[in-house]
Write a protein that binds this ligand. Structure first.
Ligand SMILES: *[C@@H]1O[C@H](CO)[C@@H](O)[C@H](O)[C@H]1NC(C)=O
Ligand SMILES: *[C@@H]1O[C@H](CO)[C@@H](O)[C@H](O)[C@H]1NC(C)=O
Ligand SMILES: *[C@@H]1O[C@H](CO)[C@@H](O)[C@H](O)[C@H]1NC(C)=O
Ligand SMILES: *[C@@H]1O[C@H](CO)[C@@H](O)[C@H](O)[C@H]1NC(C)=O
Length: 213
């Protein structure tokens, strides 16, 4: 229904529509993304990412692999005319971080663990399908890599650093909770219903946020 990039630009925290971005019609991302959304629903996240793990079980991730709504608004705030932060920059980051998170959890799971067999392997594949469509839409290949704004480049440098030191412990469920919430914000044109003006990018206060976890 929506010309995604244009809509998103206008929608994302008050960005205005920039012509060169609007004119490149992206193929429909919403189909593959909705499949991802179905797999990330609250029931399944809770069952496979919490109940199948020992209480308080955590995995180690890089600090930059924690990507929440607050990070989005902070990054959008670094945007300026010389170095605009585009929705696509944030979507790129979301995609990478989400896939890394899934990998981190898969790495600790035994071959026959139900979370692997019945859930995460499938989810990983859904993400790969989405990635294909997403990269095509961005005309991304070896020669066409967008130069990132500095704030994002710093994050990518840390994400790919060889001898990284800042490990953080997070629960498997929190990885997908964050992935889910930031997805609704960054691709909100796929999820907003007409009569609903709920702002998926709004950062809740801490108490509220914890309640939904
Ligand atoms: C999540 O998906 C499962 C499987 O498709 C379904 O049984 C369940 O009702 C869904 N839960 C929510 C909260 O939508
Ligand atoms: C899990 O963590 C909570 C909060 O840190 C703590 O109160 C609780 O005792 C822990 N439970 C177990 C079984 O370690
Ligand atoms: C998100 O913010 C936290 C601090 O609140 C930071 O540690 C983390 O690196 C940020 N993630 C990204 C992707 O910028
Ligand atoms: C981003 O900027 C807006 C407006 O200046 C401000 O209200 C908001 O608190 C900022 N957000 C972050 C996370 O710094």
């Amino acid at each position: 229904m929506v010309q995604s990039e244009c809509w998103l630009l206008r929608g994302l925290l008050g960005f205005i529509c920039l012509l060169p971005v609007c004119s490149s019609a992206a193929p429909d991302l919403c189909g593959p993304l909705k499949t991802v959304q179905d797999s990330l629903n609250a029931t399944l996240r809770r069952r496979y990412m919490k109940m199948h793990f020992p209480i308080n079980y955590t995995v180690q991730v890089r600090y930059e692999e924690v990507f929440r709504l607050r990070n989005i608004s902070r990054l959008v705030n670094t945007s300026n005319e010389e170095e605009p932060v585009l929705p696509r920059d944030l979507q790129d980051l979301w995609l990478y971080v989400s896939q890394q998170g899934i990998k981190k959890v898969l790495r600790v799971l035994p071959e026959r663990h139900p979370t692997r067999r019945k859930y995460l392997s499938d989810l990983e594949n859904l993400f790969k399908k989405f990635e294909t469509v997403f990269k095509e839409g961005n005309h991304e290949d070896q020669e066409n890599v967008r130069e990132r704004p500095e704030s994002l480049q710093t994050i990518w440098d840390h994400l790919t650093e060889q001898d990284y030191k800042g490990w953080k412990s997070v629960t498997p469920k929190s990885i997908l909770d964050n992935c889910y919430r930031t997805m609704l914000c960054l691709f909100k044109e796929c999820f907003t219903k007409e009569d609903d003006n709920y702002d998926y990018c709004e950062v809740y206060n801490r108490r509220k946020e914890r309640k939904t976890t």
